[in-house]
Write a protein that binds this ligand. Sequence first.
Ligand code: G3I
Length: 365
Amino acid sequence: MMIDRRRLMGALPLTVPALLSACKGAAQPAPAARLETPPLKSLSSLPIGCCVQTPHLQDPVFTELLTRHFSQVTPEWQMKMEYILPEGASAADVSTWRWDAPDAIAAFAAMNGMRLHGTTLVWYAEHPPAFEAIDGQSGFEAAYRRYIETVVRRYGAATGWDVVNEPVDEDGSRLREHLWQRNLGQEEHMLIAFETAHAAAPDAVLFINEYFVEKIPAKRLAYMRLIETLLKRGAKIGGVGIQSHLDIDARPGDSKSAIRDLASFGLPVHISEIDIGLSREKPEPRTVDDQLKLQAGLMTEVAEAFLDLPQSQRYAFTAWGLRDKDSWLRNPPNAGDGTDQPLMFDDNGQPKPMFEALAAALRGG
Ligand code: G3I
């Protein structure tokens, strides 16, 4: 009976009894026992999330792996303005908006008993023609409120939303300037977004969400100052998102301190988009195995720091993709050299050391 070494090593020590029985030389072993790794979602009560796109839902390998290990889904891009308000849509006419893909993802989540986390309502990177067309006009705020209310109500099953995404500039020196801030005011456009989302879904957990708060101290500080200001001004912020787009050259301890700092508001925390790129700077030639070990070590740091939070502050732990080949880092426009391996499952859906690291942390959490 041939045992796939990768799967075998990948399974250790999760299914030692199965391994022992499979290796005890049973006279005529049954067909190769599929060395299963227990589902991540069975190892802890913590919601384990993954982002999805509708093409993934047509791939049975993807959906089997997704529903086996994960208990929450986040639409990767099809619940954003760029999808819902395509070219030709009017901000004033909801009948011109596009719903097929986000509806399909919401239906998939419901059919599979998975939580739905919505992303994102307001983002500097999304300024669709429907809103560009009313830039500076008196109806802008009404249209902004209408968009948020309509989307949040349509997906009322969502447990939570990224209401404001990536508000702090790259280096943390200031808050971003963009269509929404220009028309409604810097803090005001965020206050309106949280107010409107809360009115549309009073029970949903409303998040602000940011990246690189681990490696850029100024960005973490600016993010924290913004959250404090918005809370003082009455924003219904119900959670803090830490995207955790990391790479193996991250300084050990930075993720742990970022989680500690951002949990200091006492609100639920969402590790909302974790992936861990292999060396981007390529400082020196390292074997892939060495890099995968570093990747697993960083996953351990993030997972253990998150699991150290009080249960009330552990909203969810979400991977930004299922298999390496599904990653935004492997697809245009961010494809790089197309070789990155930033996720928990390899291109064939086999669990990697990064998966084992999360599983071990969940078991010990
Ligand atoms: O699937 C279509 C394809 O049919 C079409 O030919 C092609 C060209 O128009 O577009 C493809 O869709 C693209 C989609 O990714 C799937 O690859 C969209 O244009 C593109 O905008 C979309 O990019 C997403 C991006 O956010 C913008 O929404 C990425 O998938 C997604 O991973 C990325 O996620 C962001 C988070 O929301 C916020 N944090 C950073 C993170 C990574 O950038």
